[in-house]
Design a protein around this ligand. Structure first.
Ligand code: DX5
Length: 241
């Protein structure tokens, strides 16, 4: 069972890592909703490339958060791309509303549907970019057939449903294996991680092959504000380059 930090041989080469730019994607889940416009502006000033909206239905995950209306509200506050992360038992119900609300990426969990190909096609038909998410212990084989159709895969580094959880280090090996698959098949696919991304964890995740970092607590929970939170993550990564 290959869990935990990947062996050095499994890690991507510097060339492979350099092939994918680092993408900063603050998660709105941890933002101060009472001052959302200020928080989004501060995150943009701090270098946010995108924002992620966690849509939770209380069924697929043990929490209820926000729906497509929140994507629409965020759409009015930023021109940056918005990712709608569907943590819902019926993703098919939320693809069109999320796209209509202005999501540029729509992320469905492979565990939430027996019809992954149909979900990916439905997302693409809206004009949004499809992505597939896997929970920490869902094996990569779930992506084997659909990977060439994806511009991004999200590997959850916490069990989905809540912000502020601890990073699950056993996902590092899975990140490295996915990066090797993407590189060997010459696919243009970003590897995004979400959950427990902070200064202490981001370096190992980047070295394993992740290049899109979703961070909520580390950004919007930072004592000096979102821009300082993003700066701290960039600094932690710079020490690893
Ligand atoms: C889990 C959520 C969180 C959130 C970011 O379902 O998706 O991962 O976006 O959480 P933290 O606060 O760990 O960055």
């Amino acid at each position: 069972m290959s869990r935990g930090t990947p062996t050095p041989s499994a890690r991507p080469t510097a060339t492979e890592r350099a092939a994918r730019p680092v993408i900063w994607t603050p998660s709105i889940l941890a933002a101060d909703f009472g001052h959302l416009a200020d928080q989004v502006a501060a995150a943009e000033a701090g270098g946010a490339d995108r924002f992620q909206v966690d849509i939770m239905d209380g069924c697929f995950v043990p929490n209820i958060s926000m729906g497509p209306m929140f994507v629409a509200a965020l759409r009015r506050l930023t021109t940056r791309p918005i990712e709608a992360h569907l943590m819902t038992a019926r993703p098919q119900d939320w693809i069109a509303p999320a796209a209509a609300a202005g999501a540029n990426w729509i992320i469905v969990h492979a565990e939430a549907t027996p019809h992954l190909n149909r979900m990916i096609e439905s997302i693409a038909e809206t004009g949004a970019r499809p992505a597939v998410a896997l929970n920490p212990d869902t094996p990569l084989v779930a992506l084997e057939e659909c990977l060439p159709a994806l511009g991004m895969v999200l590997l959850m580094t916490v069990n989905p449903g809540f912000g502020g959880q601890r990073f699950i280090p056993s996902v590092l090996g899975k990140i490295a294996r996915l990066r090797r698959i993407v590189s060997s098949r010459r696919l243009a696919c970003d590897i995004e991680i979400d959950g427990g991304v902070e200064a202490e964890t981001i370096g190992a995740a980047w070295e394993s092959g992740a290049n899109n970092f979703v961070a909520g607590s580390a950004v919007f929970g930072h004592a000096q504000g979102p821009a300082a939170g993003l700066a701290a993550l960039r600094h932690a990564l710079r020490r690893r380059v």
